[in-house]
Design a protein around this ligand. Structure first.
Ligand SMILES: NC(=O)c1ccc[n+]([C@@H]2O[C@H](COP(=O)([O-])OP(=O)(O)OC[C@H]3O[C@@H](n4cnc5c(N)ncnc54)[C@H](OP(=O)(O)O)[C@@H]3O)[C@@H](O)[C@H]2O)c1
Length: 260
């Protein structure tokens, strides 16, 4: 069963979201791109429309606002945009000790990475199920397998998104809707700079290629896979994590998230 039609990509103006948008456009999907920065959104949308001959739409929305999902859903209805594929890609991280970090930024991690994607999934996923077709691609992370000291909310948010996706993959398969969690390791994007972890071993180490990650995500969605971990290194790591003692993995993650 392949998933056709218009894809709404959150965080579609940069990094993995822009690469995923390119992948969807190259396969003939029309696009709705969502982010805060309007100029950048239009730049990406115009270039994808010109390169691939697809229809592109831009919705400016801050996904850290509590009513972001409701507003986005209402706007797509008002503009007569049917969403066949939902890509919950936008996500943010905050490096540092949880209790010392700015509380508002920590709250934004939970809103952008957890609450908004869950509500978008409820709203758009419900419509897909009623139509008997659709696909949801949630960009989680290989961080989902580990507790992550000094990026605690981020790692925990990705564990939520991965487990949420796997559970919904089972619930929605009989309804004709696929759900996939894309779980890359560190990827070369603006994420590290925004999260403030460029001087940690994880943020400054080997980074995965953004186009390869997007291609794996698109392929996994179309194959109906519940979990996609791009790259053999991260596939091995996530498998082996199940047999490693938690005390070891959380200490290792702490070292990787501690500035050099
Ligand atoms: N890069 C990595 O190492 C890595 C690894 C594993 C998983 N991931 C996950 O991949 C996803 C994409 O990350 P990325 O690396 O591509 O990040 P990125 O390069 O920083 O891009 C983030 C995108 O999300 C948008 N965005 C950020 N905050 C937003 C908000 N409050 N409301 C609306 N849009 C917002 C940004 O546009 P505006 O700023 O204009 O809003 C931009 O389009 C995230 O969920 C991340 O957790 C990343």
């Amino acid at each position: 069963m392949t998933v056709d039609g218009t894809a709404l990509v959150t965080g579609g103006s940069a990094g993995i979201g822009a690469a995923l948008a390119d992948e969807f456009a190259a396969h003939g999907h029309d696009l709705v791109l969502v982010a805060r920065g309007e100029d950048r959104l239009h730049e990406v949308a115009d270039s994808l429309a010109a390169d691939h001959g697809v229809e592109t739409h831009v919705l400016v929305q801050d996904l850290s606002e509590r009513d972001a999902a409701a507003t986005l859903h209402r706007t797509t209805r008002d503009r007569d945009l049917r969403v066949d594929v939902l890509v919950n890609n936008a996500g943010i991280g905050v490096q540092g000790a949880f209790i010392e970090n700015d509380l508002a930024r920590e709250r934004d991690v939970v809103q952008v990475n957890v609450a908004t994607p869950a509500e978008l999934t409820h709203r758009f996923g419900g419509e897909m199920a009623a139509r008997g077709s659709g696909g949801i691609l949630n960009v989680a992370s290989s961080a989902a397998w580990f507790p992550g000291p000094y990026m605690a909310s981020y790692y925990a948010s990705k564990a939520y998104l991965k487990n949420f996706s796997e559970a919904l993959a089972e619930e929605l398969r009989p309804e004709g809707v696929t759900v996939t969690a894309l779980c890359p390791g560190p990827v070369e994007t603006e994420f590290q700079k925004r999260a403030g972890n460029m001087d940690t071993p994880l943020g400054s180490g080997d980074l995965q290629d953004v186009e390869a990650v997007a291609a794996a995500g698109y392929e996994g969605l179309q194959a109906g896979r519940a979990v996609v971990v791009p790259g053999w290194k991260y596939r091995a790591l996530t498998r082996v994590s199940n047999v490693l003692p938690n005390a070891f993995t959380r200490k290792r993650a702490k070292d990787l998230n501690t500035p050099d």
